[in-house]
Design a protein around this ligand. Structure first.
Ligand code: F6R
Length: 612
């Protein structure tokens, strides 16, 4: 995710800013930049790629000053090229801004700025509109930076933390936030503003936490905070006693746990930016006509590992909502057959990193055969996204733990939106039913929060079972995919042998493995299949095995037959997979922790598998 650092004081601003940005590198970024104010001018340097590349470009003595703002960018709107890196300048070059977040109405603002003020944009970003809006207002209001920031942000919808400097104001940084973090601090040598605590820990441990809609004026000797009515706010400082490493993880012990907890925000973001005011779905970056969709013979979903499990759910959704036959395959298998793919195939690649070699090669093979490629990707500008015809970005933010969690649930959300939209374009989905599903999706972030509140219960469960050497996961329908994902999560970070299978398949052989005390996690999130799952549990119990059932809180009978249950908030069957996987991620995490595993970097695994 993007990082912001600003400084005004006695030290070299570029050194302070680079040091601060380095502390945010762990969050992931693909370009970086700095703007300094010096001798009535704004000095600007930006580079794509690593911060070290930027550092080499700012060694000159004349590139320095005592006030400035810096940014590391994780691309969302626009590819990770130099032009799209922050800071962005107003047309007259007098204002520089850095921005974290997403401006939802940027297209409208951009068109207005072009039409009414003749602004020429230099980047593809949503953020550049902020520089121009502030620049225009600053000129009109006789250089009142606070007023200009207020006026500009008043026109913006979305989430933002914005920091601003002006060429003719060498003493002040103005910053403002709405739904994106911002903090400030002071030390003996100056004052700081930043998006995240680790950026400031080298200079101060006493920080001001800025609240939504507050504006901050940062001067060398003080930080002043104002509320939305411009009334000065008296804010106590918060003392930070974490070490820097813990701070990077936001207080969580591991990135995996942090990312599990980021899921409500991730799925909300993935959903909300694609929903219009009337709840209509807008898939920017994907243009699929009715004519095209009516004439394809199938959708083919290809991915690896966790992403392939999202693909299994995607298949159910596309068949259910869009009524198009859908096949799934593992990318590593797809390439070594001669699959039926042609110009009548819509080929969907799913990849968090967008760099997985098997997925990329499968994409190329499908392209050679004439298919259109739609990819669901988290990393903007990655190879998969560049080589695709249509891209749906999940915007889960960087996933640092090797074990994928928030990427998975946002991939699921992507499939819901794509499948619903395809059904709508083809005119095969009932409007009221579509509306109901969208309403259910909207409720998911709060329901995932509720599941997360059950962490303690799952931790206790983990304490009971972490010494097991074999664990089974079963489910039916969409729960088969969840069982596979639960099993993969457990084995990859705890190194316990685990096995996942469709519940109905047990009796065709695998049942031979069941003995007294064999542990089964039964995924039963689908009401329509619940009776069948109950008989499956009876069958397992008859062989004296242990059963933990994951089901909705409404399915009280599960408590009578299973040894224990974990209850999910009630929801429609269609959206339950996003809820059902969360306790399984937490279980894997706690079992791995009890077994003292290296959770964020498990043995033999890499975050991005760029070899076949
Ligand atoms: C498991 C995991 C892997 C990845 C797989 C594909 O937790 O992370 O199974 O899902 O290597 O990676 P991407 O999605 O980057 O293509």
């Amino acid at each position: 995710m993007c990082g912001i650092v600003g400084y005004v004081g006695a030290d070299s601003a570029k050194d302070v800013i680079v040091d601060g940005l380095k502390c945010l590198e762990y969050r992931g970024y693909d370009s970086a930049g700095i703007a300094l104010v010096s001798k009535g001018k704004i000095l600007l340097r930006k580079e794509s790629g690593e911060l070290s590349k930027l550092e080499k470009k700012i060694t000159a003595k004349d590139f320095d000053g005592q006030i400035g703002i810096g940014h590391t960018r994780w691309a969302t709107h626009g590819s990770p090229i130099r032009e799209n890196a922050h800071p962005h300048l107003s047309t007259d070059g007098k204002i520089a801004i850095v921005h974290n977040g997403i401006i939802e109405n940027f297209m409208q603002l951009r068109e207005e700025l072009e039409r009414e003020h003749g602004v020429t944009f230099k980047s593809e970003t949503d953020s550049e509109v902020i520089a121009h809006l502030i620049g225009l207002s600053y000129a009109e209001n006789g250089g009142d930076l606070v007023l200009a920031v207020r006026e500009a942000t008043g026109k913006m919808h979305g989430a933002y933390a914005v920091c601003v400097v002006a060429a003719d104001n060498p003493d002040t940084i103005v910053a403002i936030r709405k739904d994106a973090p911002l903090i400030a601090g002071t030390s003996d040598t100056g004052s700081f503003i930043a998006s995240d605590i680790p950026a400031l820990l080298k200079w101060t441990r006493d920080i001001y936490l800025i609240e939504n809609d507050e504006l901050v004026v940062v001067n060398k000797d003080e930080v002043r905070i104002y509320d939305a009515d411009n009334t000065r706010v008296k804010r106590e400082q918060t003392h930070i006693d974490w070490d820097a490493a813990a701070a990077e993880k936001g207080g969580y012990e591991h990135f995996m746990l942090k990312e599990i907890y980021e899921q409500p925000a991730g799925i909300k973001e993935t959903l909300e930016v694609r929903l219009g005011k009337q709840g209509d779905i807008k898939l920017d970056g994907i243009e699929l006509s009715k004519d095209y969709l009516d004439n394809i013979s199938k959708v083919y979903i290809v991915a690896c590992g966790t992403a392939s499990h999202a693909g299994l759910i995607g298949k159910s959704l596309i068949e259910k909502f869009a009524k198009i036959p859908c096949e799934t395959d593992l990318a590593s298998e797809f390439r070594y057959r001669d699959p039926f793919v042609d110009e009548h195939t819509l080929f969907i690649c799913v990849s968090q990193s967008g760099e997985t070699s098997d997925t990329l090669e499968a994409l190329r093979e499908a392209k050679r055969k004439g298919a259109q490629i739609l990819s669901i990707v988290n990393v903007v500008g990655s190879s998969v996204s560049r080589e695709s015809d249509h891209v749906f970005y999940t915007w889960a933010g960087p996933e640092i733990a090797v074990a994928s969690t928030k990427a998975y649930t946002t991939q699921l959300m992507a499939f819901y939106l794509i499948a619903l939209k395809m059904g709508e374009i083809r005119g095969v989905i009932d409007k009221d039913y579509q509306k109901k599903i969208i309403e259910e999706l909207r409720q998911l972030p709060a329901k995932v929060e509720k599941v997360l509140e059950g962490e303690k219960l799952i931790e206790e469960m983990a304490k009971r079972y972490y010494k097991k050497e074999n664990i089974f996961f079963i489910g039916r329908g969409m729960d088969v995919a969840t069982a596979h994902e639960a099993s993969l999560k457990l084995k990859e970070i705890s190194y316990i042998n685990s096995f996942s299978i469709a519940a109905g398949e047990l009796k065709h052989g695998t049942i031979a493995l069941i003995r007294r005390q064999t542990l089964f996690f039964v995924l039963a999130s689908q009401d329509a299949l619940f009776e069948k799952m109950l008989s499956g549990i009876e069958e397992i119990k008859a062989r004296k095995a242990q059963v933990v059932c994951i089901t909705k809180e409404t399915n009280v009978r599960a408590e009578e037959v299973a040894d224990e249950t974990f209850l999910l908030p009630d929801c429609m069957d269609e959206v339950a997979p996003i809820l059902a996987v969360v306790p399984m991620q937490i279980l894997a995490y706690h079992i791995a922790k009890l077994r003292k595993r290296n959770i964020d970097k498990p043995r033999n695994l890499a975050k991005s598998v760029t070899v076949e």
